[in-house]
Write a protein that binds this ligand. Structure first.
Ligand code: IMP
Ligand code: MG
Length: 185
């Protein structure tokens, strides 16, 4: 099998590239339906580093005038969330009175996006929507709704297409899933 090793763990293929691209096409189509006719210039907020690749693919499919900015936060250590969000690079653009779309690689507990949405609203955004490539629905603990969701996945640790395991594994076209503990030795 086409398994890969990252640090101490093995990962096996989970979501093929073609399926990811199909999901991105769908999400982009929905965003275009909602934003195409708008006169304003919405701000696309890429959540570094995980959503760099997703944001790059998504942006190429957006058919309205938009601006790109990035923000860097971190809540994960190893293969689980710490529940605490560290902001490493803050927001550079003026967001007052503007609409924003947060672009995330994955929503797990939802702590990160809720924190980010609040920060953007505090900075004066007129509306904040959330777009995520992947969604671990079973673990989501928040009441705010996700506006655009690519693929729903079970509560398992995954890597690839931007997502990392302790900073490595982001550079694969497909998404991989952590192999069961028993066969890791
Ligand atoms: P949340 O705040 O619990 O929703 O966690 C969201 C963040 O945790 C994401 O932006 C990812 O950076 C990271 N994350 C969550 N699940 C995974 C995973 O399965 N693999 C890699 N990173 C993950
Ligand atoms: Mg992330």
């Amino acid at each position: 099998m086409d398994r890969i090793k990252l640090h101490d763990k093995y990962f096996v293929p989970f979501i093929p590239h073609e399926q990811i691209i199909k999901a991105i096409d769908q999400v982009a189509g929905k965003i275009n339906d909602d934003f195409k006719e708008s006169a304003d210039v919405p701000l696309i907020v890429c959540v570094l580093n995980g959503s760099i690749i997703f944001t790059g693919e998504l942006m190429q499919r957006l058919e309205f005038t938009c601006e790109l900015t990035s923000i860097r936060v971190s809540s994960y250590q190893g293969t689980s969330s710490t529940g605490q969000i560290k902001q490493i690079i803050g927001l550079q653009n003026n967001i007052a009175g503007r609409r924003a779309i947060i672009v995330e690689d994955i929503v797990d507990t939802g702590a990160t996006i809720v924190d980010l949405k609040n920060k953007l609203l505090e900075a004066g955004a007129s509306e904040v929507r959330i777009c995520t490539m992947l969604f671990k629905e079973e673990v989501y603990k928040q009441s705010i709704k996700l506006d655009y969701v690519g693929i729903r996945i079970p509560n398992k640790f995954i890597v690839g297409f931007g997502l990392d395991y302790d900073q490595i594994g982001r550079n694969t076209k497909d998404i991989y899933i952590l192999e069961s503990q028993e066969s890791n030795s």
